[in-house]
Each structure stands twice: as structure tokens, then as C-alpha cells.
Write a new protein. Structure first.
Length: 575
């Protein structure tokens, strides 16, 4: 559930043109409106705009799982166009931190929080902390500062990290949230064994992640969660049984703290002491058979029935939630994906139904999916368009097509004018436009071997009864003519693809192009004519209107999420 903080070359420089138009709701509308929000872009841009747009803090719970600064690259798997290779990979994010841009952010922090700036500047001048670590801390501090500003006074904040950086992050959070608002360092045992020695590392296996838990104030939401009692505990403590078979244990009725806590003192069944309950309450429990005295002169005990137990209160060691296995139904092929049970515990503990949940590094959308299922409003942001695309698909697969109607998507072109702005951007170049068309609008995969005219820009796959077929995609952002169609047909034949999708702007399509495409014939499966055009010209205008090519049984490039029920009315995506 991560997105790198290093700004990608593609799309980011012009993202401000269409990430925050007047789509943002007013503050009072946000609190009462069922709409959820998903942002593509650097979360710092999102946080700044939210901070500038709303006069009051409005988020009840923030959970983030940012990059750990592990200096690893994480890939997601796709269907590959190379039949010899079942899967292709594309980098989802780089878990590393820029050593170049953090100085700009450090200077910005000086105006926001002088103490934070000074501490980070001291780190930067020492030789004991690497520059990449300082870059990490600076970029995190900048974003954490804004998150704190957006959090309600009753709100909670959870930061998922690993032991290599958790101590530095705790220092930052103590400064931003206040040392007194630190609640817990939660240890999540994410796996049972990990033998680092096999890899030549002289250290104990690292099997835990750290989750730092802070609140905005003492007036926070906290709903105690419980875990079921295990059989060993039940056998050890619930040793007694009523005539009707109900198991129970005997509990203390004495009052901890005695007089200092204001507990009542009186005589009961011949025993004088401070008691947990009032005299009237004790008498009622005795008459109900809930209090027993094993022998005269013995201190009375309270029957605590097993079937009335909520279980054990959750502590700060979480070893009952395992990691996702390779064959898990939740697994979506996204690196660092966290189990829904982990997020459900956090969300249920620190929020109530209807509250606003935010995840500014939302990755494959586990926080969002859980919030949707248990009836919370949510907003999410990620710097990877692949992550945003996966979240949209996950929501639809999990909750049905109706989920699209209450999700507002930010950060991509919303009309032809902004699409042309993206296509014409000189800094990012035409591949930014290609990625948007192929991977966001068509849900395909960009050709990793970027070639000049004469190749293809991307592909989709579909599965027949016996084989996997490929559909090539060509995108054009400028003027086109019939020659482009003829060349694309040649590429289709050379690559032995089943079909081709030619994408351009609507005002560039000519009758000759349509005629040439129609002349290429129909898609065939097992020698049978499907009646579907082999070459299909689809315009950006059509794709923005949610129209898609007519193809047989398109395979998904991501694994499908499990179908689940969600509370409330039917929901949806683009508005």
C-alpha cells in the first residue's frame, strides 16, 4: 500500500491543470455528502490543496503506509505479449528517496515549522545519518505536517513503517502531534520466520513492522477491539460449569484503588472491605446467582461466564493477523499489499460509521476497500497511476458496477481540452499521453520497448477456449491520415495479433481512415468470424464518454478482487 515520494517524470508537471478544478466540495458539503475521492498525484499536492480548501479539519482517521526507504524497486505483473513469457512486469513504485529535491522541501518547512526544519537541518549536517535518510525524513515531515492540520481534534493517526526508520519517524511525530498524544507503538508480526542468515546477513530474522499510533487530542475515538479466547486459555481459566452446562470462572469483586478511587466500603456476606459495585448492585447479583461464597468467611467471588466474554482486549502486539499468502483470495499482485483484517482493526478502533478515513499512500486500496465495506467515507491518494487504476478495478470487482456513482476521480484529464493539454506537453512528451490512454482508459499495458512509428504503443489480451490472443494499441495525439491505418494493419499482421485499436482525437478522423479500417475484416476465433472489426478506430472523445472497443472477453491485467457486500446505497466511480 505504497507510492513512491519521488515525483515521476510522466504527468506530474501538468497535473495541476486537472487535479483540483472546482471538483472539491465545500467543507460543509464534504462532511454530509456520500461522495468519496480518489486522487492521482503526489500526496503533498493533494494535502496542500485540501488544507487551502477547507477552513476546518475534517478527517477522522488517517492511516498511511509510505515507502520504507528500502531502496528496492517493486513491480506488478501483467499478461505478457511474449507468448514465451506468461507475465510481464512494470515498476509500480521505487521504494527510494530523492537526494536532489528534498532541499527544496526542507526550505519550505522553515516557513511551516521552524523546529522541524532545524532538527532536520541538524540531521543533514551530521555524518551519522545518510543523505537518503534525511531526504526520507524531510519528505515525510512535510507531508505529516499537513496531515496533522487536516485531522479533527477527535481524530487518530496511524503510521505504518519498519524498524529501520520507526525511531526517526517517532521523533517527527512527537514534534508534530505532540509527545503527549503518542498512544502506542504497535508491533505487527507480519510473518513467522525469516532467515536472513541464508542471505549472508548477520542478524536475527526481521518478522515485524511497526505502526505508530497518535491522536490529535485526548478527546479521541477509541472503540476497544477484542480477539477470541484460545482453547488453552479457556481450559486454564474457565474451570467451572453450571447445571445448564455454562462454563465460568470466578472473578474478584474487590475494588482496585480502594478509597482513593472513591469505591464503596461496606459489609457483605460477613466480609468488610472496599467493593467494586454498590451494595444494591451486589445484592442483586447475589440474588441472580452471580455471586458465590465458597465457604463461610471466604471473600465472595463473581461468576464470569464464557459465553458473555468479549474475548481478550487487543494489546499492542498484533500476532494474530498473518500476511497475505501467494494463494490468498485477497492477493491482487500488488507489492507490499496489507491484509484487510489489519486495516479493519484500525478503522473499527479509531472511527465510527460515516466518519472520513484517509490514506495518502493508498497503493492497491486496502484502506479504501475496507472503509467502503464498513460504511465509512474515504479519500485516497497515490502517485502511481497503476495504483489508482487497480483501486478502481478493485472497488468494481468487490462491490459491483454501482460503486462507480459515489467516487470522484481527480488527477486525470476529464475532457478533450485537458487531454490535448497532456498530449502537447513538451516536458513530459507523448509517452505521458500514451500511458494515460493505454493504461488508464483502455486498461492495457504500455509496450516496454518504446519504438518510433512502425511499432505499437501497447496491448490488451483476451482469452479464447484454447489460446490467449493479443490486441495491439496505437495512439496518436496529432494529425492522422489513412497512411497511419495502413501501417498499423501491417504491424498487426507482422506481430500476428488478433486485432488492433487505433486511438486518436475525434476531430482528426477521416472517412478514408474508417474505410481502410473496415477493409481489414473481422476478428476470428478458431477460424470463425466474430463480426467484430479487426481494426477499430476509437477516439479519445469516446473513451472519455466511457465507451470501449468491441473485443471478445478481454482479460484483466490485474487479479480480480473478491466479491463482497457493502453497507448503504449503491455507489459509483466517475461523477
Amino acid at each position: 500500500m505504497k507510492g513512491t515520494l519521488v515525483r515521476p517524470v510522466i504527468l506530474l508537471s501538468i497535473i495541476s491543470h486537472f487535479i483540483f478544478p472546482s471538483a472539491l466540495l465545500k467543507f460543509d458539503e464534504y462532511e454530509n455528502h456520500p461522495m468519496n475521492h480518489l486522487y492521482f498525484g503526489d500526496c503533498l499536492d493533494v494535502l496542500k490543496e485540501l488544507h487551502n480548501s477547507y477552513p476546518e479539519p475534517f478527517i477522522d482517521l488517517i492511516y498511511i503506509d509510505p515507502p520504507f526507504n528500502s531502496k528496492r524497486n517493486y513491480n506488478v505483473l501483467f499478461e505478457s505479449i511474449d507468448v514465451k513469457d506468461a507475465n510481464a512486469q512494470k515498476q509500480a513504485f521505487a521504494d527510494t528517496w530523492s537526494n536532489v529535491s528534498y532541499m527544496d522541501e526542507l526550505h519550505m518547512l522553515a516557513d511551516l515549522d521552524k523546529d522541524l526544519h532545524d532538527v532536520l537541518q541538524v540531521f543533514d549536517k551530521t555524518n551519522s545519518i545518510s543523505h537518503s535518510a534525511v531526504a526520507y525524513l524531510t519528505t515525510m515531515a512535510h507531508r505529516l505536517w499537513y496531515m496533522h492540520k487536516l485531522l479533527k481534534d477527535t481524530g487518530s493517526f496511524y503510521l505504518h513503517c519498519d524498524p529501520t526508520m520507526s525511531h526517526y519517524l517517532k521523533l517527527l511525530c512527537d514534534m508534530i502531534f505532540g509527545e503527549g498524544n503518542f498512544r502506542n507503538e504497535i508491533t505487527w508480526q507480519r510473518t513467522n520466520t525469516h532467515n536472513d542468515a541464508k542471505q549472508g546477513r548477520k542478524a536475527y530474522g526481521n518478522v515485524i513492522d511497526i505502526i505508530l499510533f497518535y491522536t490529535k487530542s485526548d478527546n479521541c475515538t477509541f472503540n476497544q477491539q477484542y480477539v477470541p479466547l484460545n482453547e488453552t486459555y479457556i481450559k486454564s481459566f474457565y474451570k467451572f460449569e453450571d447445571e445448564d452446562g455454562r462454563k465460568y470462572q470466578l472473578g474478584d469483586l474487590g475494588a482496585p484503588g480502594g478509597e482513593e478511587k472513591g469505591n464503596p466500603y461496606y459489609e457483605f456476606l460477613g466480609i468488610n472491605k472496599f467493593w467494586r459495585y454498590s451494595k444494591d448492585r451486589m445484592q442483586k447479583l447475589f440474588e441472580e446467582g452471580r455471586i458465590i461464597q465458597t465457604k463461610p468467611g471466604a471473600v465472595p467471588r463473581l461468576k464470569r461466564y464464557l459465553d458473555e466474554s468479549k474475548g481478550n482486549a487487543v494489546q499492542n502486539l498484533w500476532n494474530d493477523i498473518g500476511p497475505l499468502q501467494a494463494n490468498s483470495k485477497e492477493k491482487l499482485g500488488y507489492p507490499t499489499q496489507k491484509p484487510e483484517a489489519l486495516l479493519e482493526r484500525i478503522i473499527r478502533t479509531s472511527s465510527n460509521e460515516g466518519d472520513v478515513i484517509a490514506d495518502f499512500f493508498c497503493g492497491c486500496g486496502t484502506t479504501i476497500s475496507v472503509a467502503q465495506r464498513i460504511n465509512r467515507k474515504w479519500l485516497g491518494a497515490d502517485i502511481s497511476h497503476l495504483a489508482v487504476r487497480l483501486i478502481l478495478k478493485r472497488l468494481i470487482d468487490t462491490y459491483g458496477e454501482g460503486v462507480k456513482h459515489n467516487v470522484k476521480l481527480h488527477g486525470f484529464p476529464k475532457d478533450v481540452a485537458s487531454a490535448k493539454m497532456l498530449a502537447q506537453d513538451t516536458e513530459n512528451g507523448r509517452f505521458g499521453f500514451q500511458e494515460w490512454v493505454i493504461e488508464v482508459l483502455l486498461h492495457g499495458v504500455v509496450n516496454p520497448k518504446k519504438t518510433a512509428d512502425g511499432g505499437y504503443d501497447g496491448y490488451l489480451t483476451y482469452q479464447t477456449d484454447k489460446t490467449k490472443e493479443f490486441v495491439l494499441i496505437e495512439t496518436k495525439s496529432g494529425n492522422v491520415n489513412v497512411k497511419n491505418i495502413r501501417e498499423f494493419v501491417q504491424v498487426i499482421d507482422k506481430q500476428k495479433a488478433a486485432a488492433g485499436i487505433f486511438v486518436c482525437f475525434g476531430d482528426t478522423v477521416t472517412k478514408e481512415m474508417l474505410k481502410e479500417a473496415k477493409a481489414a475484416g473481422h476478428i476470428k476465433i478458431g477460424g470463425m468470424d466474430t463480426g467484430l472489426d479487426k481494426i477499430q478506430i476509437i477516439t479519445v472523445d469516446d473513451l472519455l464518454d466511457a465507451k470501449q472497443p468491441q473485443l471478445p472477453n478481454i482479460s484483466s491485467t490485474f487479479k480480480k478482487a473478491q466479491k463482497k457486500e457493502t453497507k448503504g446505497s449503491s455507489y459509483g466511480l466517475f461523477d
